[in-house]
Design a protein around this ligand. Structure first.
Ligand code: RAM
Length: 349
């Protein structure tokens, strides 16, 4: 590590006074080959995007030649909150170097995360943070959370032609990511008169389980006869809602939008049930999260604001204050892709 730090400093001096060159040279290159055991902990097992995040983490694990183990462990959907807390608690006693958590337990997991930190485990959240930030070293944010609110409000505006009723079909009630995104969408809807004729009439939870989400979508249509759009900020919910509307022959009347995976949504986009949705790359998110956690667990990163490092093929990233959680830290990945019939087939390959 010292070797790389020295190189960085020399490069900075040689490149002279250009701010850009100086900043680039300050990006630390992490030294591979250091042993640390790490756990990738999704909300629960069985969701395709979490498997993709694991692929990205495995790629980084191999690239950094970490002789330690990378485990992909998660609870069942029914036992997500208690199961995540239990896995976090076990990580501390097992002497893991880092836990990488997509939090589905709200602030309830904070005491277990704090105990893990006290036992020397670095806690890096990704996808879904710990709302209070307690017990968390840094959050790897897929995209800016405020911008998710704007993207969803704009998709609603375009699908509804500027006016109509919309309902949200979310994941679990404790999912910090979905809760923040729904709040950001509500703020956006209230912030600009262009959204004045769109009304958000309901928010329901399908628990990120296909069957529960499907039934919640059907119930929404029953209780809101004038509904024009189901907005599901979850890859499980959006697919289930689109299928429910298709099965009922209702896609002309009630559209589906939100955050979805192209391979799971392509048929619904091409047949008009879900004309527009958005997402980011979960493989990249797993890859960047692994680099971050490896840097912290091996002591090469301290986790302070302003620290900049190179995450392999993805380039340089900087730890900054999280604008959505003052006093907490994030690393911002980005970008978003909005999918329509024009690009979804290529992305679904
Ligand atoms: C589901 C999960 C995940 C979320 C995506 C959009 O897969 O709830 O946390 O990021 O949807």
């Amino acid at each position: 590590m010292t070797h790389f730090k020295t190189l960085g400093l020399t490069a900075a001096l040689m490149l002279g006074t250009s701010g850009y060159a100086l900043a680039e040279s300050h990006a630390m290159t992490l030294e591979g080959g250091q042993a640390t055991n790490m756990v990738l902990l999704p909300k629960f097992l069985g969701i395709l995007v979490f498997d993709q995040a694991n692929e990205g983490a495995q790629e980084a694990h191999a690239e950094l030649a970490n002789p330690g183990a990378l485990l992909f462990v998660g609870p069942t959907p029914e036992n997500s909150v208690a199961g995540q807390i239990e896995i976090m608690t076990t990580a501390a006693t097992q002497g893991q170097g880092a836990v990488m958590l997509s939090n589905n337990a709200g602030d309830q997991i904070a005491p277990a995360a704090e105990a893990a930190q006290a036992a020397g485990v670095r806690v890096v959240t990704w996808d879904s943070p710990i709302p209070s930030g307690a017990g968390e070293d840094v959050f790897v944010a897929q995209v800016d959370f405020g911008s998710i609110g704007v993207v969803m409000a704009d998709m609603a505006h375009s699908i509804l032609g500027g006016a109509g009723e919309m309902a949200v079909l979310s994941a679990t009630p404790d999912a910090a990511n979905q809760n923040a995104w729904i709040a950001a969408m509500q703020e956006t809807l209230a912030s600009d008169p262009k959204y004045a004729d769109i009304s958000l009439v309901d928010i329901v939870y399908g628990d990120d389980q296909a069957e529960v989400s499907y039934n919640r979508a059907l119930a929404l249509v029953d209780s809101h006869p004038a509904l024009g759009l189901i907005m599901a900020p979850t890859t499980v919910g959006i697919q289930a809602a689109a299928k429910a509307m298709q099965d009922e022959g209702m896609c002309d009347q009630v559209k589906t939008s939100g955050l979805g995976l192209p391979s799971e949504m392509v048929s619904y986009t091409m047949n008009g049930c879900a004309p527009e949705f958005a997402l980011w790359d979960f493989r990249d998110l797993g890859y960047l999260t692994y680099y971050t956690a490896y840097g912290l667990a091996t002591g090469q990163l301290t986790g302070e604001i302003g620290e900049t490092f190179v995450a392999g093929r993805m380039g340089a990233f900087t730890i900054e204050e999280d604008p959505g959680r003052p006093g907490q830290k994030r690393i911002l990945m980005g970008p978003f892709t909005v999918y329509t019939s024009a690009n979804v087939e290529a992305a679904a390959q």
